[in-house]
Ligand binder design. Structure first.
Ligand code: BG6
Length: 517
């Protein structure tokens, strides 16, 4: 296979030390350490590097290495000898994020590691702690001068995990807190959806092909759907999720970022700011919803108990650490408009939910019908609309649906598929989102990270919805049985007969209750 173009994944970053705050957390175990190990296995880590885990617990380097060996073995395709070699560069430093003295000790440790490992004074700090600690950590790093970067000392970068704020005001405050210590160019706000290969492929699909981009506008596109469905429930994350809900957890960040990639204008280059300027313009053009429009444009739901494939699954309110009266939405569907030249009049329907029938993330571009109905009565929709389905996960690929004539007399039509699966590419390794994003940050490429102004612009769209939900008790929360496609009311967002969401599979149950909560 011939591979054309820029391939940064072949570039090695400069030597550096990665410091993980929240090293005993789930993310470090499931994602960060396995991603770093995979980069090491693929020979993409710097020639000289060290990873320093920090946390409140007092652990020795060896204790931490033993924990990380378990994490890497459980969550990657690990080779024992290679894992051992990788772990030689892994260390642990106890840090209470509220204790300034601990940051002085951290600085001493980092200086000593830097000298021994020859990491040239380059530091990447990863904030993977609860968000309430972000500001503290950043201020303490600043007080020790650990944020300084210049030609003499090396670079210093900060990755901030989600959630980035819980509403518009807190996101603004967090931006200000971070920017008081780090320059915007040093801050990398992670949205792991941007690290997914198939999300990045949206850009290549659009701007690397001559076929589709001329059609990519209001003249040819009728509507666009973006779905992120999960079959799992809230699991052990009830404590966090009950305060967040689907709108904050998935829509404000991941889904709007995907909308940004689908709707943006071609950037003048693939430099970080050129790309991010264009996605920001999309977010700024999303039509704000007035309080009295929220009920008609947004549907929220919560899963109820249901029997799925013979298994009785609990309702959301029965999950661990969830309030028995909770009204938190585990499903949100939004109809939005992007008021600009390209998208005027084209509705975007976006939805995300937990405990739906399957796990699938996809964007569906519905093209307009042919202008003249040759194959049926003018009033009938006798052919399906042409659809382009960009399957983000799983079974990553691209599907084009078009109509053809059924063999035989007359002109009966049938929709057929042209289907590409990433899995058809032989010997191509599809890296995990965190691998790509960690590598990009070490390389100093922020293209796939959210900029502060974009995060705020997304919150600006979401905030009136949160406000309306809070202040208007007549806006309903609809119960939907686990294993179904969510509240039936979500179909009403489509106000044209015959239009509905795409359902990649059927409901898994007839059991359970659709109700108002
Ligand atoms: C996270 C959300 O950001 O994304 C989770 O907090 C969600 O609730 C997850 O399950 C989905 O990510 P992915 O990569 O599995 O689609």
């Amino acid at each position: 296979m011939r591979v054309f173009g820029r391939n940064d994944t072949m570039r090695k970053p400069a030597n550096c030390v990665l410091v993980i705050f929240g090293a005993s957390g789930d993310l470090t175990h499931r994602k960060l350490m396995p991603a770093l190990y995979n980069l090491y296995r693929r020979e993409l880590m710097p020639d000289q590097f060290a990873v320093v885990g920090t946390g409140r617990t007092k652990l020795s380097d060896d204790d931490f290495r033993a924990n990380m060996a378990r994490a890497v073995n459980a969550h990657s395709d690990a080779d024992c000898a290679l894992v051992d070699r990788f772990l030689e560069s892994v260390f642990y430093q106890p840090v209470d994020t509220k204790a300034p003295d601990d940051f002085h000790s951290l600085k001493e440790r980092l200086t000593s590691i830097d000298e021994t490992w020859n990491t040239e004074g380059n530091y990447l700090y990863y904030l993977s702690t609860p968000p309430s600690l972000f500001t503290n950590i950043v201020e303490n790093l600043g007080s020790c001068g650990l944020q300084v970067e210049d030609d003499a000392t090396g670079w210093s970068r900060l990755i901030v995990e989600k959630p980035f704020g819980t509403d518009l005001a807190s996101a603004r405050t967090l931006n200000r807190d971070l920017q008081r210590v780090f320059k915007e160019s040093q801050i990398y706000r992670i949205d792991h959806y941007l690290g997914k290969e198939t999300v990045q492929n949206l850009l290549v699909f659009r701007f690397g092909n001559g076929i589709f981009e001329p059609l990519w506008n209001r003249n040819y596109i009728d509507r666009i759907e973006v779905t992120a469905a999960e079959s799992i429930g809230v699991g052990s994350r009830g404590g966090y999720y009950d305060q967040a809900g689907a709108l904050r957890d998935m829509v404000q960040n991941h889904l709007l970022q995907v909308v940004g990639m689908i709707a943006m204008e071609p950037p003048s280059s693939f430099e970080a700011d050129a790309v991010r300027n264009e996605t920001l313009k999309v977010f700024d053009s999303i039509r704000p919803l007035d309080a009295d429009e929220v009920a008609a444009h947004v549907v929220r739901g919560q899963y109820t108990a249901a029997k799925v494939a013979g298994e009785q699954l609990p309702g959301y309110r029965d999950e661990e650490k969830v309030s028995a009266e909770s009204k938190t939405e585990t499903y949100a569907a939004v109809k939005l408009h992007i008021d600009n030249w390209r998208w005027g009049g084209v509705p975007f329907y976006i939805r995300s939910g937990k405990r739906l029938p399957t796990r699938v993330t996809e964007a569906v571009i519905h093209f307009k019908q042919a202008p003249h109905h040759l194959f049926g009565q003018p009033s009938e929709r006798c052919v399906e609309d042409n659809q382009l389905v960009l399957r983000i996960q799983p079974d990553e690929g691209i599907l084009v649906k078009f109509n053809m004539k059924l063999p035989g007399s007359g002109f009966q039509t049938q929709a057929v598929n042209m289907d590409f699966h990433y899995s058809d590419l032989s010997n191509v390794y599809v890296p995990e989102a965190y691998e790509r994003l960690l590598l990009d940050c070490m390389l100093g490429d922020a293209t796939l990270y959210a900029r502060g102004d974009a995060v705020e612009a997304c919150w600006e769209f979401v905030q009136p919805i949160l406000d309306a939900w809070k202040s208007n008790p007549t806006i309903k929360v609809f119960g939907y049985p686990g294993g179904t496609w969510g509240p039936r009311e979500a179909a009403a967002l489509y106000n044209r007969p015959g239009d509905d969401w795409r359902y990649p599979c059927k409901n898994l149950t007839d059991d359970g209750e659709y109700c108002e909560l």
